[in-house]
Write a protein of this length. Structure first.
Length: 188
């Protein structure tokens, strides 16, 4: 008898969920209270916030409460209200360095392809993807890609080859569940 894999627990907006030793997810509330944009906290001693989400005080309170004074960087996969509206408020609350795609006013630094964030426990690689100012991030030690909403409709043609050297295990998308089998997902 072949056992079916256990489905992941449902995503509850406003509740932090550990996905791996260095990665936590907090979903913002979407329309009708359903899960919306995923905000990720990477790290323990030093934290990177990926896609801070909407400018919703409750969401920002939860994210800042989970990271506290350890939040050092805020980064975004794209410039859209769903992923970035809360970025400046989060920067003001935490004093973290804000790294944003071109076209975002108020960033401390503009993101570029091939940049790295070196923290005490991990390194994040920045990769531009086709489209207007869009990025994915790879957590080297976790072999996890934070993809934003860039893989919802299709996978950029060159992306599987560009991330091959990282031997990805998982993908943390901009909305929805964590993907445990990156290889199968990218090769579909």
């Amino acid at each position: 008898m072949v056992e079916e894999p256990t489905p992941p627990p449902p995503i509850t907006p406003g509740v932090a969920r550990a996905l791996s030793p260095l990665l936590r997810r907090i979903a913002a509330k979407g329309p009708g209270g359903e899960p919306g944009t995923n905000t990720y906290l990477v790290g323990i001693d030093e934290i990177v916030i990926v896609d801070p989400g909407p400018e919703d005080a409750d969401h920002l309170d939860v994210v800042c409460g989970c990271g506290g004074d350890r939040i050092r960087w805020i980064v975004m996969t794209e410039v859209s209200p769903e992923t970035t509206a809360g970025a400046l408020a989060m920067k003001e609350r935490t004093g973290a360095e804000l790294l944003a795609p071109p076209g975002f006013d108020g960033a401390d630094r503009v993101l570029g392809d091939g940049e790295k964030i070196d923290a005490t426990e991990f390194r994040i690689h920045t990769m531009a993807v086709p489209g207007e100012n869009r990025f994915v991030f790879v957590i080297e030690q976790e072999r996890t890609m934070l993809s934003g909403r860039h893989l919802e409709e299709s996978i950029p043609e060159d992306l599987p080859a560009r991330v091959r050297t990282f031997r990805l295990k998982a993908i943390a998308p901009g909305e929805g569940q964590y993907i445990d089998d990156a290889k199968a997902f990218l090769n579909r």
